[in-house]
Ligand binder design. Structure first.
Ligand SMILES: CC(C)(COP(=O)(O)OP(=O)(O)OC[C@H]1O[C@@H](n2cnc3c(N)ncnc32)[C@H](O)[C@@H]1OP(=O)(O)O)[C@@H](O)C(=O)NCCC(=O)NCCS
Length: 177
């Protein structure tokens, strides 16, 4: 499966992607608000293997795609989603190499994934969450057209502390209206 935007190709992970994934996901600042820990080589290889296995599952429930530059396949980061217990909903996530922050790449990738979710998968609702301190993440979801749905207080334990979550969501009926 592959999605294209003006500047990007969102493609399936390949085995060698563990290298650029490690470059960003070994950084504490990149995983600061993620539930995963900073990766070493073994963890990056294992993560990519896991993504490749889940991509082959039928019916598919997880899409974790490499964000790459159209034309030269430079690896920028990842964007993904997982179906909810009710498979007509899905939760999305994203992370970008800091070398490429501030160019709107992730917002562009999230929009493409939401479009795919509604047009191809016929989903009803796509949602995401982030720590309120992660302003860049909240802005990405806002700019992608997602609605603020609430503020959960200390609902998740991440890296040694209870953290709050901001919820964002969009319905198929709200997409492209
Ligand atoms: C979240 C993340 C993908 C955003 O990447 P990005 O390249 O900065 O995203 P964009 O360029 O598309 O837009 C980011 C928006 O946040 C804003 N922003 C960026 N850093 C910010 C900060 N530290 N404080 C406040 N706003 C910030 C930008 O100005 C922009 O908003 P604007 O359109 O109003 O100017 C990136 O910071 C990242 O990978 N973080 C680590 C992983 C992560 O936390 N993922 C999300 C988990 S919920």
């Amino acid at each position: 499966m592959q999605l294209e935007t003006a500047r990007l190709v969102l493609r399936e992970f390949a085995e060698d992607d563990w290298r650029p994934l490690l470059a960003s996901h070994s950084r504490e600042d990149v995983v600061r608000y993620l539930t995963i820990e900073a990766m070493d080589e073994a963890a990056a290889r294992e993560y990519v293997q896991g993504i490749m296995v889940s991509a082959r599952e039928l019916p598919r429930t997880v899409w974790d795609l490499a964000i790459t530059v159209k034309g030269d396949d430079t690896f920028l980061g990842r964007v993904g989603m997982k179906r909810d217990a009710d498979p007509r909903g899905a939760m999305l996530w994203f992370a970008l190499d800091p070398a490429h922050h501030g160019k709107g790449y992730v917002t562009e990738a999230v929009r493409a994934l939401i479009t795919y979710a509604f047009t191809e998968l016929k989903l009803h609702r796509v949602w995401g969450d982030c720590d309120p301190r992660n302003r860049a993440s909240a802005r990405v979801m806002e700019r992608a057209g997602m609605r603020s749905e609430g503020h959960l207080v200390q609902n998740i334990w991440i890296k040694g502390e209870w953290c709050d979550s901001l919820l964002f969501a969009i319905l198929s009926s709200e997409w492209n209206v």
